[in-house]
Design a protein around this ligand. Structure first.
Ligand code: PAF
Length: 277
């Protein structure tokens, strides 16, 4: 397994790729959710192809006052996960390899980014689009894998790839969950024991909504909020029903209606979603 830490070396290695390369962009603190994305990447790359994992805690996508400095960075454990999964290449640059102090160029998607998490995290998706663009340039992958837990991010990356003509297939990996339904996230480790015990209420609320077959988005959202608020430590950031492709609010539930929620437990913000039809 090759570990590359400079942008120049990475770009040189991407110059004339001999194999299909599939990239899994991550911020590290790798867990079983990332492992499932790596396996999807391997399937897509084929035995003779190359699976690359980028590990970079991207300062640009953390809004001021958020958890950038305390975000976990377990380098050795991440390397072990990648080695065990047969990853061919890790790209793990330092922040000064990725950004000049006087940077003044950003990549911004301006429609989907306005919805859902974009409202509570101004600048977040601009940071994501900028770093993903840079990773795409530096690694020149044939395909890249993103998780469905970050549904909005996936939709925005797809839109960006379409709008900016990146010759890269975007693959979606299903959300991986704990046995009690909590979606795996590097941020779950911030939860206190009582918060962790209550956090599965998110998944329960989403499943109950999907099982209700109710067509009124308003009614579904009232039930979802009531269920989540039954957990004393939960504070809803948003609960919305949107179209899965345009992320615009829906009043009536129909094909590809997506229920998406963000919920704070203490300072930890968890997101999850479910397709209702
Ligand atoms: O989903 C993530 O971990 C990050 O947003 C990504 C795609 C690696 C960009 O920093």
């Amino acid at each position: 397994m090759k570990i590359v830490t400079t942008a120049a070396e990475m770009q040189a290695l991407s110059c004339r790729p001999e194999h299909r390369r599939v990239l899994v962009p991550t911020m590290g603190a790798l867990h079983a959710g990332h492992v499932s994305l790596v396996r999807l990447a391997r399937e897509n790359a084929g035995a003779g192809g190359e699976v690359a994992v980028s590990i970079f805690v991207n300062p640009l996508q953390f809004e001021p006052g958020s958890d950038f400095s305390r975000y976990p960075r377990p380098e050795t454990a991440d390397e072990e996960v990648c080695r065990a999964e047969g990853v061919d290449l890790i790209f793990r640059p330092a922040p000064n390899e990725m950004y000049f102090d006087d940077r003044s160029t950003f990549v911004e998607e301006t429609a989907l980014s306005e919805q859902l998490c974009g409202r509570s995290r101004p600048g977040h998706f601009r940071g994501v689009c900028t770093v993903v663009t840079k990773l795409f340039h530096l690694l020149a992958p044939d395909a890249a894998v993103f998780g469905e837990k970050d549904f909005q991010q996936l939709a925005i990356v797809r839109r960006m790839v379409r709008d900016l003509d990146f010759p890269i297939d975007i693959l979606a990996g299903p959300t991986v969950r704990e046995a009690d339904g909590l979606a795996l996230s590097s941020r779950n480790q911030y939860l206190s024991a009582p918060e962790r015990a209550q956090a599965p209420v998110i998944r329960t609320a989403l499943l109950e909504a999907a099982a209700s077959h109710e067509k009124s988005a308003e009614k579904v959202l009232v039930s979802v909020r009531k269920k989540i608020e039954s957990a004393s430590l939960a504070q809803i950031d948003y609960a919305e029903i949107v179209g899965a492709d345009d992320l615009q609010p829906r009043l009536t539930i129909g094909p590809r209606s997506l229920l998406a929620v963000a919920v704070f437990f203490g300072r930890t913000r968890l997101i999850d979603n479910i397709l209702l039809e």
